[in-house]
Design a binder for this molecule. Structure first.
Ligand SMILES: [Zn+2]
Ligand SMILES: [Zn+2]
Length: 330
């Protein structure tokens, strides 16, 4: 593999070495006013929009996982180590493939250099803030280790519930409309739920004992995605509890769970997307600003909850949220 060609920044950096995209962080044209029908359809169906490529990629992964890697559901009526270890290993493969792949490309091979990297610095290799004195090793411990176990625990319990018909199981024949609607709604539900869980974890006592761990990563990298205290990881994945109530097929549940498990990798890439010559979306500026400033951008860029509740920051020196307080916490 040839060495990466150093590429110049397209925007100058500020005195702290921060790079800022020309476009401010903002919201997609779905729930913003005024309604722009053409832009909305462009975002829903165009490249880099709602369906394509990210959501379709996760849907493809979940569909393949269900048809080719899931233990037969009739064997999951009891908690047995054979199928549980199978699920655990499959999830580890997903983690290492997705988080590890992004990390390898951006941080080991450094194929993009520091071009469009928000913070010029690479992850800390000698810092007492992190386990093992190393940010990446710390993040891998929490993401692949602790979060990997919690992710699998959710999956094992739900698969067992589906197998024993203790929760409603929706089929395509029952309701094709609801069956398709689930796939559309899951990323929206996730973002809505995440906003509230995230705000909750900024409540001082929870921040101090739980959420502080994620915020050690002021300069995040893909492995920072699920580098969270186990209490936070459990809360974070709990949006899937909706499947206890609303009838769904296990494939919907897998899509929701794997989306939760994998999406934080690109959400914390530390780079402005798209990367790999414009082919891979890695949009993380909205959430990067949260890691940088702490008290803004709790949610995502689809549902403008931060705008409605006055915590939106667009990253421009004189732009939206520029007057929000700067809070640095340990
Ligand atoms: Zn984060
Ligand atoms: Zn936070």
């Amino acid at each position: 593999m040839p060495n990466p060609t150093p590429q110049p920044d397209s925007q100058p950096r500020d005195s702290r070495g921060e790079w800022r995209p020309e476009e401010p962080a903002g919201f997609v044209p779905l729930l913003t006013l005024p309604v722009r029908i053409k832009a909305m359809f462009g975002w829903l169906f165009g490249y880099g929009g709602y369906f394509w490529p990210t959501n379709m990629f996760f849907l493809l992964v979940s569909t393949a996982a269900w048809f080719y890697t899931q233990p037969p559901i009739e064997t999951c009526t009891e908690f047995r180590w054979d199928w549980i270890s199978h699920v655990f290993l499959r999830n580890q493969l997903l983690i290492w493939f997705y988080y590890g792949g992004l990390h390898l490309y951006l941080y080991v091979l450094k194929r993009e250099g520091t071009r469009k990297k928000y913070n010029r610095k690479w992850p800390d290799e000698k810092s007492k803030r992190f386990l093992f004195g190393n940010q990446v090793w710390d993040n891998i411990f929490w993401t692949a280790g602790r979060a990997g176990i919690i992710w699998t625990t959710y999956e094992v319990i739900f698969v067992w519930l589906y197998a024993n018909q203790l929760i409603p199981w929706l089929t395509w024949v029952d309701s094709p409309v609801l069956f398709l609607l689930w796939f559309f709604m899951i990323p929206l539900w996730r973002e809505f739920y995440f906003y509230w869980v995230h705000r909750l974890t900024h409540w001082k006592p929870l921040y101090r004992y739980v959420h502080y761990l994620h915020h050690k990563n002021v300069n995040p990298n893909p492995w920072s995605g699920l580098a969270m205290h186990p209490v936070e990881t459990t809360l974070y994945f709990s949006d899937v509890l909706i499947h206890l109530i609303v009838p769904s097929h296990p494939i919907h549940f897998l899509f929701a769970l794997q989306y939760n498990g994998m999406a934080p990798a690109h959400g914390h890439s530390g780079f402005d997307g798209p990367i790999a010559e414009g082919t891979v979306t890695a949009d993380s500026y909205f959430h990067y600003l949260h890691h940088k400033h702490f008290e803004c951008n709790y949610g995502g860029s689809i549902i403008p909850l931060d705008k409605w509740f006055g915590s939106f920051r667009d990253g421009q020196p004189q732009g939206a949220g520029a007057a929000l307080p700067e809070e640095q916490r340990d």
